[in-house]
Design a protein around this ligand. Structure first.
Ligand code: ADP
Ligand code: ASP
Ligand code: MG
Length: 412
């Protein structure tokens, strides 16, 4: 008998029929003789709706009350799922974050899980009940409800699997696995049977939203096998039809590029005409850091006559604040112009194999050049190569690179 955590995302519980469909999958796992704890997201669209209610009262809302409001989406879906399971004759009970002892820090809106007690839940599972846990939410030391950041139910599920010492955490979603690139953009994307924690972490942090980054970090730290699979296909998790995120890779001798991620979440800022002298970067980046703004890609042009341009990206959600900080600091930085570009996409090649291959980046630049796509910024690390391009070329760039690195599914 295995203990499995089954997580259902927003689309998977998007309406009553879908909740019934998810309940049938839970019943099928139980029928196999497995124990099951379920984690649910809010019904599709409901978190967006709740956030917009808060924003419509004030642009600068109290984060604690924001969490009190947006966490309710999961309260609704967990109760409905418990009802759907009961309707099938199962002994099911819903659990809110505070009821399972999901302790987090007090960083409202993006709280981090500190520990999970889960004692009562474990006893309930041992009595043969099915626990349905509300994802995305926890409780701070002050006894206030917190939320874990967008996509946070993935992290709730993996954390619960670790706390319960489950055998596997199954993430049911609207695609049937992790693909070489977003299958909604590239129809030649190939489903992977298996992907290593390290590469999944890289793909997720560079924009592949199929798993929240922190859920992958946690799975990797505790060596928890995670399977991504479809909520709409007939198979159930124990048949292992999806993509297993675990240690090691699919192939021994691998392609240098395992997958391609993209994100539209960043914006580019360029400061022109700055003095090329020691201390100038600190004058720009220290005030941004003090304002809690993360800077990602950075590029400086070669200086001429002691003057240079510096370009970098920040998250789109931080963009307005970054502009304000840099405008306030203009006298100190002494730049000529501040230019900004919001319609950009960052495209990233990911692969552990890159460590041992030369020419990976060169192929990327050639492929983009052949399509007339201009590269705005380049960034490389040991296992990724990223470029910033104009947003309008996203699809073209993803598809061409996917073909260039031999990732396409063979024609049927
Ligand atoms: P859920 O609501 O179930 O949590 P998400 O929308 O958060 O689902 O994640 C699933 C989505 O992730 C898919 O619909 C797909 O468009 C997107 N996605 C991005 N990159 C990938 C990838 N490499 N493989 C699979 N899906 C991906
Ligand atoms: N409901 C939350 C969100 O939409 C958490 C999740 O779905 O994982 O971000
Ligand atoms: Mg998600």
């Amino acid at each position: 008998m295995s203990l499995i955590v089954m997580k259902f995302g927003g689309t998977s519980v998007g309406d009553i029929d879908r909740i019934k469909n998810a309940a049938a999958k839970v019943a099928a796992e139980l029928h196999r003789g497995n124990k099951v704890a379920v984690v649910v997201s809010a019904m599709a669209g409901s978190t967006d709706q709740l956030i917009s209610y808060c924003r419509s009262i004030s642009a600068r809302y109290d984060q604690r009350e924001h969490d009190a409001v947006v966490s309710t989406g999961e309260q609704v879906s967990s109760g409905l799922m418990a009802l759907a399971l009961q309707q099938r004759g199962l002994n099911a009970r819903s659990w809110q974050g505070w009821q399972v002892g999901m302790h987090t820090d007090a960083t409202h809106g993006k709280a981090r899980i500190l520990n999970i007690e889960a004692k009562d839940l474990r006893e309930s599972l041992d009595r043969g009940e099915v626990g349905v846990v509300a994802g995305f939410q926890g409780i701070s030391d002050e006894g206030r409800i917190t939320t874990l950041g967008r996509g946070g139910s993935d992290t709730s599920a993996v954390a619960l699997a670790v706390a319960l010492k489950a055998d596997r955490c199954d993430i049911y979603t609207d695609v049937d696995g992790v693909y070489t690139t977003d299958p909604r953009i590239c129809d030649r994307a190939r489903k992977m049977k298996r992907v290593s924690y390290e590469e999944m972490l890289e793909l997720a942090s560079l924009g592949a939203k199929v798993l929240q980054v922190r859920s992958v970090e946690m799975a990797m730290r505790f060596r928890m096998p995670v399977q991504v699979l479809s909520t709409f296909a007939n198979e159930i998790g124990s048949d292992l039809p999806g993509t297993l995120v675990a240690e090691g890779n699919e192939k021994m001798e691998e392609n240098p590029v395992t997958g391609i991620a993209h994100t539209r979440d960043e914006a580019q800022i360029t400061l022109t005409g700055i003095a090329d002298k020691p201390g100038i970067a600190a004058k720009i980046f220290v005030p941004l850091a003090h304002a809690g703004i993360n800077v990602d890609m950075i590029v400086q042009t070669a200086s001429s006559n002691g003057v240079t341009d510096l370009s970098f990206t920040v998250g789109k959600t931080d963009f307005d604040r970054a502009i304000k900080v840099l405008t306030d600091e203009k006298p100190s930085i002494a730049y000529k112009e501040l230019l900004s570009h919001k319609n950009v996409t960052k495209i990233s090649l990911v692969g552990i194999g890159m460590r041992n291959h030369v020419g990976v980046a060169a192929t990327m630049f050639e492929t983009l050049a052949a399509k007339g796509i201009n590269i705005l910024v380049i960034e490389t690390s040991e296992i990724n190569t990223s470029v910033l391009i104009d947003d309008e070329y996203t699809e073209l760039a993803l598809r061409s690179l996917h073909t260039a690195y031999g990732l396409d599914t063979p024609e049927a």
